[in-house]
Design a protein around this ligand. Structure first.
Ligand SMILES: [Zn+2]
Length: 291
C-alpha cells in the first residue's frame, strides 16, 4: 500500500495548511459485534448496513482502515496520515459473515481481539445477553488468513484492574501462547477487557511480549501499551462519526489542517488534561445536535 499518497487528516473539504508530517496519534475505532439485532443492552452491535455506510464514509474521505500493528508501524515512519485503526473486540463470529466482506471490498484491514479461553464459546460475561457466538479456532484462522491481525483479549474476559499477579500473568501470557499456536503467527497486541487497566496490568502485558495494548479511555498509562480508542455505535451517522474522530484528534493535540474548525464542531478546544476520559467527549457527542 502506498501510504504516502493517502490524504491528510480526518475530513475532506477542510482548508488548512500545507501537508506536514503527521505528529498526532492516529485514531483507533472500537467495534464489537456487526450483526442484525433486536436487542442490544450493552450497545456493542452495529448493523451490517450501518457498518457498510461507516466504511464507505471513511473511504470517501480518503481514510483507510488498517490493523493497529500497521497503524503504529506507519506512524513510526511518519506515514500515519489517512489511516484509522479498526478493532473488533471479543472476536464475535459475526465478524466473518458481516464485517470481513465489507472490509475486503474497501481493501481495509483491522485487528480482531478474541478471548483465548473462549474460542467457540459465547459472551456469557454480558449477563443481560443476548448470547452471541464467538469465533472458533477455525474461524480465527480464516480471519488471519484473510489478512486480519489477531490480538489477545485475555483468557476469560476478566477485568485486569487489581488482579492478583499470578492471574495477570495467565491472562497476558497464556492467552498469547494459545492464540499464537492457534493461528501460527506472532501475537503483538493485547486489548484490556472493559478497558480496565492499572500499572500492574500494563507491566504484565509488556512482560508477556506484546508490543502494544488497546485501552478505551485516556489514563496515566496512556501510550503504546494503553492506546485510547473511539467507541463506534449503531447510532453513529456520518457527521457524528466525523465529530468523534475530530474529538479524538483534538485529545492528541492535533494541530493539522482543519483543527480550528474541528474545535468549533465538537465544542471544545484541544484537550489540556492528560487524564480527561475520552468517554466524556463521546457522551457529550451522543447527546449533541450532531446525531
Ligand atoms: Zn470485550
Amino acid at each position: 500500500m502506498n501510504l504516502v499518497s493517502k490524504r491528510y487528516g480526518p475530513a475532506e473539504g477542510i482548508s488548512g495548511g500545507a501537508a506536514r508530517p503527521f505528529t498526532g496519534m492516529a485514531a483507533v475505532a472500537m467495534y464489537h459485534s456487526v450483526s442484525p439485532y433486536e436487542r442490544d443492552p450493552y450497545l456493542v452491535t452495529v448493523t451490517p448496513e450501518r457498518f457498510e455506510r461507516q466504511m464507505h464514509w471513511l473511504h470517501r474521505r480518503g481514510l483507510s482502515g488498517v490493523s493497529v500493528s500497521d497503524l503504529l508501524a506507519a506512524c513510526r515512519e511518519g506515514a500515519g496520515r489517512g489511516l484509522i485503526g479498526l478493532t473488533f473486540d471479543d472476536g464475535y463470529a459475526d465478524f466473518i459473515e458481516y464485517a470481513l466482506p465489507v472490509l475486503n471490498r474497501y481493501g481495509f484491514g483491522g485487528t480482531v481481539f478474541p478471548i483465548a479461553g473462549l474460542l467457540g464459546g459465547q459472551n456469557d460475561w454480558d449477563v443481560l445477553g443476548p448470547r452471541k457466538p464467538l469465533m472458533t479456532a477455525d474461524q480465527l484462522r480464516r480471519a488471519a488468513d484473510a489478512g486480519f491481525e489477531i490480538g489477545s483479549h485475555g483468557l476469560r474476559h476478566a477485568s485486569l484492574r487489581r488482579m492478583p499477579g499470578a492471574d495477570l500473568i495467565a491472562e497476558a501470557e497464556q492467552s498469547r501462547a494459545i492464540l499464537t499456536e492457534t493461528i501460527d503467527r506472532e501475537i503483538s497486541g493485547f486489548c484490556y477487557p472493559y478497558g480496565h487497566l492499572d500499572e500492574a496490568a500494563v507491566a504484565a502485558v509488556q512482560r508477556a511480549g506484546y508490543s502494544y495494548g488497546c485501552a478505551i479511555w485516556r489514563s496515566p498509562s496512556t501510550g503504546p501499551l494503553a492506546l485510547p480508542r473511539v467507541y463506534v455505535g449503531d447510532a453513529d451517522g456520518s457527521v457524528r462519526l466525523w465529530a468523534k474522530g475530530a474529538r479524538h484528534w483534538l485529545t492528541w493535540d492535533y494541530r493539522g489542517p482543519g483543527a480550528s474548525r474541528m474545535g468549533r464542531l465538537v465544542g471544545t478546544g484541544p484537550a489540556t488534561s492528560q487524564d480527561a476520559p475520552l468517554a466524556d467527549g463521546i457522551q457529550q457527542l451522543t447527546q449533541s445536535k450532531y446525531s
